[in-house]
Design a protein around this ligand. Structure first.
Ligand SMILES: [Zn+2]
Length: 139
């Protein structure tokens, strides 16, 4: 896609700190890291949503991501990591090209990921939601 910054990075039109690449994906350092070593895994082809990325490419992303995360932990001394994938503007997706964040984590790194719990009104509401999701599952 012409105006997509990640497509330009994939094409080499914009420089990036490349960690890994193959025929399906590219992994590079995030320009605004949450922690040092924060990287992005992107498909080479332009897809706004992770849901439209072909399954073999999604599989490659998730196959490589833990391997890259291990290398990042070893390089940074991090004790763990978060995978984060924001899909859609309401979820915080800024660049409209699907991407998986690998964020190295340490106990005192000060990173606070927003978290809350929205309880179901009762067991019936939960079971209705469960049924709706299962009915719409396309696998
Ligand atoms: Zn793109």
């Amino acid at each position: 896609m012409k105006d997509c910054i990640f497509c330009k990075i994939v094409a080499g039109e914009i420089p990036a700190d490349r960690i890994y690449e193959d025929d399906m994906i590219l992994v590079f350092l995030d320009i605004a890291p949450i922690n040092k070593g924060h990287a992005l895994v992107v498909p080479r082809g332009h897809h706004h949503s992770i849901c439209s990325v072909p399954s073999d490419i999604r599989a490659r992303m998730m196959e490589r991501a833990p391997e890259i995360a291990i290398a990042i932990m070893r390089a940074t001394g991090a004790d763990g990591f978060n995978f984060m994938l924001s899909n859609g503007t309401c979820a915080g997706q800024i660049v409209p090209h699907a991407h998986l964040h690998i964020i190295p984590r340490s106990p005192a790194d000060g990173v606070v990921l927003p978290a809350r719990s929205v309880p179901y009104e009762n067991a019936d509401e939960k079971h209705e939601m469960l049924a709706k999701i299962r009915e719409r599952l396309a696998v």
